[in-house]
Design a protein around this ligand. Structure first.
Ligand code: FRU
Length: 458
């Protein structure tokens, strides 16, 4: 019997982000609400802190903030070499998981694979049974072997599935299928396709499609975009096409990155019972260094973020429930320039500038690792992590006023600029307590809370 890997050092374990109990994590999967609990699943390999035959790890929460790890939900069986990414939907009083079966019949060549779509269900939201007649959908003939990551939702009495795909010309695309029972699927439309491999990608991973504030949004993670100035600087990106459906096609204004940091990929959303569209993502990327691997684990999820559309852009707001993590106020009032304020290891900082600031704004540092935030006169907002290729930047549309909200955890920082017009998600492996220092000479109002630690149970 193989034993799950044990964690050997707690130094980078996060206080309020979802992680594995030990072992590897990548994409969030099956983000859903069922019988009074929020559920999150994730791509999981329990036996080493490295990617391996994919399982679905599982956690649940009453409030999207305090999570409890549950037993592994899906384990690859003799018909699958991996249970790849997918989603969850409630139907017939059961929680259904719709996932990709990944098959590598030729064990010596991992690139020789095929993929199909499969289902499993649960009545208690803990124990899952795989459908005996899987798969429910096979790769169509006008597609390459890349055919994965089903996201399912319900409209009236019909289920729709959006899938990540690659057409025979090697272009990424999103396909939609429809079903009445989750077991029989018919093609509905090719919702959207990459115009060019270098600009919109050769494969679209982890698509998600939803209506938001009068718009139709395809969120996805294209592979193969070429870096273009400040854009597309990571190996793969996550972003969206925003527009409206006409004749079953998405008419949109081009691909927009949704987060500009180093560590954000494979985002997935859910609709909460009170109607909010909430997104969560893998707080890493395939090209991120992950020093926690030495300690027996790898990967985490971002804080959940509520989405809205403003002037054609998606805005991200940390969900209100995160306020429940706030402990004592560490600081309230204006920050003085060039003075160090102690934040500790888990903190939330809100900083509103009352004068228009410019240049270097703020430094977060433990004396070894640091994150510096700056604003150039034209609105280019820069986050510099003092690591190799540490700079990431994006242009703010409205920067007459500047408001920052920053979440610090033991090995992360998430920066929300101007109510989430821009966000930067960073793994930063703090070595000791973090301080913040205002670098700009500018009037400001700040508030800092210490955040609850160990809010999750493993
Ligand atoms: C995205 C991805 C998915 C796939 C999963 C495998 O990060 O490559 O397309 O389903 O990871 O773990």
């Amino acid at each position: 019997m193989k034993e799950p890997i044990a964690i050997t050092n707690q130094r980078y374990r996060l206080g309020y982000h979802v992680m594995t109990p030990g072992g590897w994590m990548n994409d969030p999967n099956g983000f859903s609400f069922f019988k009074g609990w929020y559920h999150i699943f994730y791509q999981y390999y329990p036996y080493a802190a490295e990617w391996g035959p994919m399982h679905w790890g599982h956690a649940r929460s009453r409030d999207l903030v305090h999570w409890e790890t549950l037993p592994t939900a899906l384990t690859p069986d003799e018909n699958e070499n991996g249970c790849f990414s997918g989603s969850a939907v409630v139907y017939d009083d059961k929680l259904w998981l719709i996932y990709t079966g990944h098959h590598t019949p030729n064990a010596v060549d991992p690139e020789d694979f095929y993929q199909d779509q499969r289902v499993a269900w649960s009545e208690d939201g803990i124990h899952f049974t795989k459908y005996g007649a899987n798969p429910v959908l096979k790769t169509p003939t006008d597609n390459t072997k890349h055919f994965r990551d089903p996201k399912v939702w319900q409209e009236g009495d019909t289920f729709f599935m959006v899938l990540g795909s690659q057409d025979l010309d090697g272009l990424g695309r999103a396909l939609i299928y429809r079903s009445k029972d989750l077991l029989h699927w018919q093609p509905e439309t090719e919702l959207s396709k990459s115009v060019d491999r270098k600009v919109e990608g050769y494969m679209w991973e982890c698509p998600d499609f939803f209506h938001l504030d009068g718009k139709d949004v395809l969120l996805m993670s294209p592979q193969g975009l070429e870096a273009d100035g400040d854009r597309f600087r990571n190996l793969n990106q996550t972003g969206y096409l925003l527009g409206n459906i006409e004749d079953k096609k998405l008419k949109h204004q081009g691909f927009v990155e949704i987060d500009h940091g180093h560590d954000f990929y494979a985002a997935q959303t859910m609709l909460t019972p009170d109607g909010r569209r909430v997104m969560i993502a893998w707080m890493n990327a395939w090209d991120s260094p992950m020093p926690e691997i030495e300690d027996g684990w790898a990967g985490a999820l971002t804080v959940p973020r509520e989405l809205s559309v403003k002037d054609g852009l998606i805005m991200q707001k940390p969900i209100n429930e995160l306020k429940g993590l706030r402990q004592e106020v560490l600081l309230a009032g204006g920050l003085e320039t060039e003075r160090d304020y102690h934040l500790g290891r888990l903190a939330e900082l809100e900083l509103t500038f009352t004068d228009k600031p410019e240049g270097r704004l703020l430094l977060l540092t433990d004396g070894i690792r640091s994150l510096q935030l700056s604003l150039e006169p034209g609105g280019r907002f820069i986050v510099s992590r003092n690591t190799e290729d540490g700079e990431r930047a994006a242009v703010l549309r409205n920067f007459e006023q500047l408001k920052l909200q920053i979440f610090i955890d033991r090995s992360s920082a998430e920066v929300f600029v101007n109510d989430g017009e821009l966000t930067f998600t960073e793994r930063i492996y703090w070595q000791s307590d973090v301080t913040c220092r205002l670098l700009a000479e500018a009037g400001n109002q700040a508030q800092v809370w210490r955040l609850e630690s160990e809010s999750n149970q493993y």
